[in-house]
Design a protein around this ligand. Structure first.
Ligand SMILES: [Zn+2]
Ligand SMILES: [Zn+2]
Length: 345
């Protein structure tokens, strides 16, 4: 089969690899029908993710058709249409029993990281019963690809951890796919005001059409000052960090209001200054989380019923063998006006 293989920082090829086979009775082999590229894959390509070693097939999102199941798989059979979760869960360890699948002792985020991933014609999924979701007939596959990672990530790490409430004022720093996923799912709770902050005017324009009430380009104005003025000096109830650099986290620190929550989503590679001299008396909470994908079944229903229009996050479509071109497009998101790209096998 063909697959996108990481060969060290800056090096990747679309090449021939052996088709995966069943290794454990709980495995399933899935023929990929649609997959995508994540911001995390770009971090990997920069060499930021040390656990990914040369020779690894990347990708942790996608939908497909079951090709083969191990003898212990009871929920799925050959021919079933499935959604692949970016998080693999055994369903039996202490963390899984707590619903913290991201820290599953035998799984967690392993796809396209510790084991071969979904940017390939076929993928092996361990603990298939817990790590795949059935797709009912007549579903829109493209929209469902957004459920593998970005929608649960924006919702769990941003909206749920950020305790977004009706009437609250929230700020989302970063209007990339995950920030926009937080923007879409925050609206389940009817916050009164949603501020979106980014460096890219096109993404801010998109955010405004997705429900942001105010947008700010932090390269053009002092956003912290503007937000403090707009909130009468109080600051926001929830600040969602969806970038992963020190400046964006510090912006959250400077706009969070008393009693508020800073909900971090970003993948941070550097230490960040924590201004406790400002924050110690403000009754604030700071949360961190790796997505658990525990809300995937709920989000699945909102996408199926079209309460959540996940498809509008997709801007580009390619055939799977054009994946190198798709990476270039996604890596130049500003110039290409790219959000999510769909790769069809
Ligand atoms: Zn991802
Ligand atoms: Zn587990």
């Amino acid at each position: 089969m063909k697959a996108l293989v990481y060969h060290g920082p800056g090096q990747k090829t679309w090449e021939e690899k052996p088709k995966p086979g069943i290794q454990q009775p709980s495995d399933a082999i899935v023929r990929i029908t649609k997959t995508t590229i994540c911001g995390t894959d770009l971090h990997i390509m920069k060499g930021d993710v040390a656990t990914v070693t040369p020779g690894r097939i990347l990708g942790h999102e996608g939908v497909g058709i079951i090709e083969e199941t191990g003898s212990a798989v009871t929920t799925f059979k050959k021919g079933d249409h499935v959604l692949i979760s970016c998080i693999t869960s055994c369903g039996k360890c202490d963390y899984c029993k707590k619903g913290m699948y991201s820290h599953c002792e035998k799984g967690g985020w392993i796809l396209g990281n510790l084991i071969d991933g979904t940017q390939a014609e076929f993928v092996r999924i361990p603990y298939a019963d817990n790590s795949l979701y059935p797709i009912p007939g007549g579903s829109d596959e493209e929209a469902l690809v957004m459920l593998s990672d970005i929608l649960p990530t924006g919702f769990e790490c941003g909206v749920l951890n950020g305790k977004v409430e009706p009437g609250s004022t929230i700020a989302i720093v970063g209007a990339g796919p995950v920030g926009l996923a937080a923007l879409l799912t925050a609206q389940f709770y009817s916050p009164a005001r949603i501020f979106l902050i980014d460096l890219d005017d096109n993404r801010l324009k998109v955010a405004a059409t997705f429900g942001a009430t105010d947008t700010f380009n932090s390269s053009k104005e002092n956003v912290a000052e503007r937000i403090m003025t707009l909130t009468g000096g109080r600051g926001v109830d929830t600040a969602i960090e969806a970038v992963g650099v020190p400046a964006t986290f510090q912006l959250c620190e400077s706009i969070i209001g008393p009693g508020g929550v800073i909900a971090n989503i970003g993948v941070h590679g550097k230490s960040v200054e924590l201004h406790l001299e400002e924050l110690w008396s403000k009754n604030i909470t700071i949360t961190t989380r790796l997505v658990d994908t525990v809300t995937t079944p709920m989000l699945f229903k909102t996408v199926q019923s079209q309460k959540l229009d996940a498809k509008k996050l997709i801007t580009h479509r390619f055939k799977l063998p054009q994946i190198l071109e798709a990476y270039d497009t996604f890596a130049n998101a500003g110039k290409e006006k790219a959000l999510k790209v769909i790769l069809e096998n």
